[in-house]
Design a binder for this molecule. Structure first.
Ligand SMILES: Nc1nc2c(ncn2[C@@H]2O[C@H](COP(=O)(O)OP(=O)(O)OP(=O)(O)O)[C@@H](O)[C@H]2O)c(=O)[nH]1
Ligand SMILES: [Mg+2]
Length: 223
């Protein structure tokens, strides 16, 4: 038992070291980066598709998509106008810093200002692996249920922003927004939150404004 814990610690610290190296690559290239996490099907790729055209006049976007298999999501991001690279984890339930480093080698970072990393759909594993990105964003979605903050505290505790997607389904699904938000508040007080619908576009503007503000604030900090 003791040995197993030590091995995990070693793997995580090697990962953290590589994550620092990835961060240096981002900062040297002047690219602002987000780690987008969510359960399968919450709407990560849909939000990326909705975001790309809204930012098209300001920024070129890059997207790195992590999935166990297929290039479906990178194809969708590329079709929406992003420079996209797919990582197939071959069974792993998360991206890690070495996988991200491999994907970065295939990107032209000089031609993008914002990189969104779409992590593997999972509410547990991705929270344990630093990638070197500047901010982490979690997408929850109405049909997943309002109890998810209570059941997956690690994920909700560690993120910098929260999107609540599929609000168009609120009339049809049992989802107590107050109960959900109380759970989030207990874990991550004051967490900036954007209820929205990728389907109807309602609420997207708040998310876009936050994103622009984050990119611009980062540029100022770097200058
Ligand atoms: N009703 C509704 N459906 C949505 C919304 N956003 C996404 N969907 C649907 O939800 C499904 C999953 O969306 P994706 O964007 O592929 O989800 P994902 O999180 O990228 O999924 P994985 O990458 O497989 O984990 C698709 O059928 C979308 O059309 C929304 O706001 N409302
Ligand atoms: Mg996806």
């Amino acid at each position: 038992m003791k040995t197993r814990v030590e091995v995990v610690e070693k793997i995580l610290s090697a990962n953290d070291q590589l994550a620092l190296e990835n961060r240096k690559v981002f900062d040297d290239s002047g690219v602002y980066t987000l780690n987008m996490m969510a359960s399968p099907g919450a709407g990560k790729t849909s939000l990326i598709e909705a975001t790309i055209p809204k930012l098209a006049e300001r920024y070129q976007l890059g997207v790195i998509d992590g999935d166990v298999a297929t290039s479906i999501d990178a194809d969708r991001a590329a079709a929406a106008g992003a420079q996209a690279v797919q990582v197939n984890t071959g069974g792993e339930c998360h991206l890690d810093a070495v996988m991200l480093k491999g994907a970065l080698a295939q990107m032209d970072l000089g031609s993008i200002q914002l990189l969104i990393v779409e992590n593997v759909g999972n509410l547990i594993c991705p929270a344990s692996f630093q990638l070197g990105t500047h901010k982490s964003v979690l997408i929850a979605s109405v049909p997943e249920g309002d109890d998810k903050p209570y059941k997956y505290p690690g994920m909700y505790r560690g993120v910098d922003a929260l999107v609540i997607n599929k609000t168009d389904l609120l009339p049809y699904v049992e989802f107590n927004m107050d109960y959900f938000r109380q759970g989030v508040e207990a874990l991550n007080p004051g967490l900036v939150t954007f209820p929205l619908s990728c389907r109807t576009g309602e609420g997207i503007e708040g998310w876009i404004d936050w994103l622009i503000e984050a990119v611009e604030a980062h540029k100022t900090r770097e200058a």
